[in-house]
Design a binder for this molecule. Structure first.
Ligand code: FUB
Length: 456
């Protein structure tokens, strides 16, 4: 039997495929892309929409003579959203078999970037070159050009001359001058010609950045006259996101601070972009959410980013809740929580052998709770709540608002069930507008929750 939500997903996917993309279920929570691995997100606003150009991690295919413990990327997808919540996958825009200069056995389509100039979209990507007459390969950066952000992208016949490295990033200043940044031990910058395909100055190593520990993944942006050179750097054990500021796209830059600390769960890489959209700032980054035992299979996330009055960046705490509102009448994935009680609450995969099926919240002590912020109850009060749960011995739950001691919305008694069940309850009317939701266990026995959804 197909559930209502799955039926809705199939219909929306069909609609999206007719209009040129694959609809992905609501995902303002982290990670935002839930049907494949994605890493190194380069986020841009084109024509009022957000486009994310990530790397596409895969497991190394058998029989290709590839390292099993390393990054493996064959192609790129692009994703778009108008609201940071609903994402459309526009499919593969470029693969290692397309550019004539790329060694198509190398699976090294690493972190890309894309920028618009005069109505054309320039997609920059690194890859291993084919071997030269001496059998030597190097890392080049190529460009593919399109008329629309979704492609099709036509790759140039050769990589950009004079550039050797990875992690391209392009910035166009207010005076129209474009700059290419990339990394190869150091972080480099060079001017780009008006055609966006050739260097217009010699590559220049940006000085005054940390000397010890890998630096890569540059992302340059400007805000109120300050140029921010941001990049992952291994100060201790794994990469953290740092930044330096200056008054010109080529510096000089002064090291200023840390945007995001090392991952507490030791994902070795982090790689980000920073974007302003409708007056708010966002940090796009990655973590190995769907692959806890292999950190070369990563997933992209978004969290809000804030500036201090002096222009310095406030440190971002990585969250599962992510950004945006969650409509009360959609499946609220409590496991993407804002806060958890210190005792008796945990998150686990629904099926640890199939991580893409997502997570569940486990409450196993009376008083344990999970808090999920920014639920949008809309203009119409809700009178029912559905909850998908596994309650082997039956459970008593409370729904509260604002905080764990906040107003009681409903008390729910879930009869015992030996399998996952969709419980349906009539409740007293909810309020309108935006609120934080708390689900609190009152009974003794363990309860697992997949999602919860309000109905009019
Ligand atoms: O995705 C492969 C490499 O991992 C990127 O090029 C680096 O920035 C790191 O994220």
């Amino acid at each position: 039997m197909i559930s209502n939500s799955k039926l809705l997903f199939v219909c929306l996917s069909l609609l999206a495929s007719i209009s040129g993309g694959l609809f992905i279920p609501l995902a303002a929570q982290n990670p935002i892309i839930r049907n494949q691995f994605t890493a190194d997100p380069s986020a841009r606003v084109f024509n009022g929409k957000i486009y994310v150009f990530p790397s596409h991690d895969i497991r190394a295919p058998e029989g290709k003579n590839l390292r099993k413990d390393w990054f493996c990327m064959e192609d790129y997808h692009v994703f778009s959203s108008k609201n940071l919540i609903d994402w459309t996958d526009h499919g593969v825009i470029l693969s290692q078999y397309d550019p004539p200069w790329v060694d198509s056995t190398s699976y090294s389509m690493w972190a890309p970037d894309c920028i618009e100039r005069n109505g054309k979209y320039y997609f920059y990507f690194p890859a291993h070159t084919k071997a030269d007459e001496n059998g030597r390969r190097s890392l080049g950066i190529g460009v593919a050009v399109a008329d629309k952000p979704e492609g099709p992208y036509l790759p140039q016949a050769e990589p950009i001359k004079g550039v050797h490295g990875i992690d391209p990033n392009v910035f166009i200043d207010k005076d129209g001058q474009a700059y290419l940044y990339w990394s190869q031990q150091h972080i480099y910058v060079a001017k780009l010609k008006e055609n966006m395909l050739e260097l217009d100055s010699e590559p220049y190593i940006i000085p005054n950045l940390p000397e010890k520990g890998l630096k890569e993944g540059p992302w340059l942006f400007e805000r109120e006259g300050i140029y921010y050179l941001t990049f992952p750097h291994v100060e201790n054990k794994t990469e953290r996101l740092e930044y330096a500021i200056g008054k010109h796209p080529m510096g000089p830059f002064t090291m200023t601070g840390v945007i995001m600390d090392e991952s507490p769960t030791a994902c070795w890489t982090n790689h980000h972009s920073i974007l302003e959209y409708r007056g708010r700032w966002y940090l796009f980054y990655h973590h190995n959410d769907y692959s806890p035992d292999f950190d070369k299979n990563r997933s992209i996330r978004i969290d809000s980013l804030f500036f201090n009055e002096d222009g310095t960046i406030q440190k971002v705490q990585p969250s599962l809740r992510g950004v945006g509102l969650t409509p009360a009448n959609t499946e609220i994935q409590l496991d993407r929580y804002s806060a958890l009680s210190p005792d008796g609450a945990e998150i686990a995969y629904i099926d640890k052998n199939r991580p893409f099926e997502g997570w569940k919240t486990i409450l196993n002590k009376p008083g344990a709770w999970v808090q999920y912020n920014a639920v949008d109850f809309g203009n119409k009060k809700k009178k029912r709540v559905q909850i998908r749960a596994l309650a082997p011995q039956g459970s008593i739950l409370e729904l509260r608002l604002n905080h764990p001691g906040g107003p009681l919305l409903a008390g729910l008694t879930l009869p015992a069930g030996s399998d996952w069940e969709n419980y349906d309850f009539k409740i007293k009317k909810t309020g309108r507008g935006i609120d934080n939701l708390i689900v609190l266990l009152r009974s003794e026995s363990e309860l697992e929750i997949d999602w919860l959804q309000f109905q009019p």
